[in-house]
Design a protein around this ligand. Structure first.
Ligand code: SAH
Length: 514
């Protein structure tokens, strides 16, 4: 029997990207994941699909597991020989009761490893725009629990002693008691005009921050309906919040960016956006519904081998992938394309070809059908041209090729259909007008999104609309959107870059940095 192992893993303050590399490695190999309320669902998706996921905040009969029950659960799965990840918000040993769990495991003889995490007390504060120390402003900090009631005697935290003991005081679990805590600190001798701030749901798309002074912060937070989980910070560093807020430092930071590409294609774009500090909302608006006709593909494969096609033209990376897969299934492979010349609409398609060991003979300067048509015009007179592509694609290219004297064979590969079950919460966020930037990388993502939203895109009116090229932009305009950004050249990298530049130019006048 295998000896089990429990990893106590710090998940970081909220942003799933803020787990450690080691924590992620443990999670990806887990057989059982025991998580708490602060762990993000995106992180849970990193565990193997068949891993057992247990919410320690909720048992079968819906009560919150007691600490003893959680300890027993970890011991039980550990003794059963499983790889268990205990995923905890922030750092496992900062008010996470990780110490108790490690002791229980040690006592039961279950091997255990602690993988530290970024605590919200420091990292969450930073994400909210507040440095926990700052030269000449704060040279010490204290992290305390606000869970105990400061108005009751015999409580754990000695607020009076703490009040002036550290330059920065960070209170966790104190959102419901801001008033009492602030009063206790003032009574303990902390100056009432000391800057203070509350950061709610730090490092998540829902992050909010309010600032004031020790005397005013409780009232300000109440009026703004600030709620848990939140960090309450007292000290001169809190005054930096305005100038060091993420949105003051980078144009895309904190922006909710709607990404409408297919699931498979969205990940690179989402990663680039996350590094900019943005929160990608993934709503794949197209799903490739394969429409490959085996008999038609076999005919094409034969014609290609016979050298019948002067040119084969690809207008998207998806077309390259689907066509080569279909060709392979029909008994052909890359060699079937030995006697045809190959054209690609743009860099991404060229890249997809290269990944399959094929070189594009022609790529137009601008990645649109019109440019591809005119670039090919002087080459295709009298030739047969193969055009493997999506059902219902635009007619511009085949029309231009025919006008230039080519005989065009279209081979339908797939239909870019709206997805069967789009993520409900993202759809709800779009409907509620919570999107700051919407990115469109193909016309079908625009039309399909409109379909998914019941026919109209009016909930995106307040958002910055960014399109990869002029054709997509035209489709967006036809749907009533005002297009703010058109990437030039029409690549994903440039789409992000142009959006950044647009937001940067639009930023409010620089606030004074002290
Ligand atoms: N182990 C955790 C703390 C657990 S106690 C850590 O190291 O961060 C739970 C408290 O942490 C919450 O009540 C709140 O005060 C704070 N907290 C955790 N995540 C937070 C977040 N994303 N934003 C604001 N506060 C957070």
């Amino acid at each position: 029997m295998s000896l089990g192992h429990v990893w106590l893993v710090g998940a970081g303050p909220g942003d799933p990207g803020l787990i450690t590399a080691k924590g992620l490695a443990a999670l990806r190999r887990a057989e059982v994941v025991v998580y708490d309320r602060l762990a993000s669902s995106e992180l849970l998706d990193e565990a193997p699909a068949d891993a057992l996921r247990i919410d320690a905040g909720k048992s079968a009969d819906n009560h919150t597991l007691t600490q003893d029950e959680t300890n027993a659960l970890l011991v039980e799965h550990g003794l059963a020989g499983r790889r268990v990840v205990r995923l905890k918000g922030g750092d496992p040993y900062v008010f996470g009761r990780g110490g108790e769990e490690a002791l229980a495991l040690a006592q039961a003889g279950v091997p255990c490893t602690v993988i530290p995490g970024i605590t919200s007390a420091i990292g969450g504060l930073a994400a909210g725009g507040i440095p926990v120390t700052h030269r000449a402003v704060a040279t010490s900090f204290a992290v305390v629990t606000g869970h105990e009631d400061p108005t009751k005697p015999h409580e754990g935290v000695d607020w009076a002693r703490l009040a002036t003991a550290a330059d920065t005081i960070v209170v966790l679990m104190g959102a419901a008691r801001l008033d009492g805590i602030a009063r206790a600190l003032i009574e303990g001798g902390r100056v009432a005009t000391t800057p203070a701030a509350v950061v709610q749901e730090a490092s998540t798309p829902r992050q909010r921050a309010v600032t004031g002074t020790l005397a005013t912060i409780a009232e300000i937070a109440r009026e703004a309906h600030v709620s848990a989980p939140a960090l309450f910070v007292v000290g001169d560093v809190a005054a930096f919040q305005q100038s060091l807020a993420p949105s003051a430092l980078a144009p895309l930071a904190g922006k909710r960016v709607l990404v409408t590409r297919t699931r498979a294609q969205a990940s690179t774009l989402a990663e680039v956006l996350r590094l900019e500090g943005a929160h990608p909302l993934l709503l794949p608006a197209i799903e490739l519904d394969r429409r490959v006709d085996a008999a038609a593909t076999a005919r094409v494969a034969r014609a290609l081998t016979e050298g019948a096609y002067g040119w084969t033209v690809f207008t998207s990376p998806n077309a390259v992938g689907t066509f080569l897969d279909a060709l392979f299934e029909a008994g052909g492979d890359a060699r079937s394309l030995a006697r045809t010349r190959i054209a690609a609409i743009g860099a991404a398609t060229e890249h997809a070809l290269r990944a399959r060991g094929l070189r594009a003979d022609l790529v137009p300067v601008e990645a649109v059908g019109e440019a591809l048509g005119s670039a090919l015009a002087s080459h295709v007179a009298g030739a047969r041209v193969l055009l493997p592509r999506a059902e219902g694609a635009r007619d511009v290219l085949p029309a231009a090729l025919r006008a230039a004297g080519a005989e065009v064979d279209e081979l339908t590969l797939y239909l870019a259909a709206p997805p069967a079950d789009p993520p409900a919460e993202v759809l709800a966020a779009v409907r509620a007008g919570q999107v700051d930037v919407a990115m469109f990388t193909s016309s079908s993502t625009v039309t399909n999104l409109a379909t998914m939203l019941g026919g109209d895109l009016s909930s995106l009116r307040g958002a910055v609309i960014a399109c990869i090229g002029p054709v997509v932009a035209e489709t967006a305009r036809e749907r009533g959107l005002t297009v703010d950004v058109v990437a030039e050249p029409h690549t994903i990298e440039e789409l992000v870059e142009a959006t950044r530049a647009f937001l940067h130019a639009r930023r409010p006048a620089r606030t004074e940095v002290r």
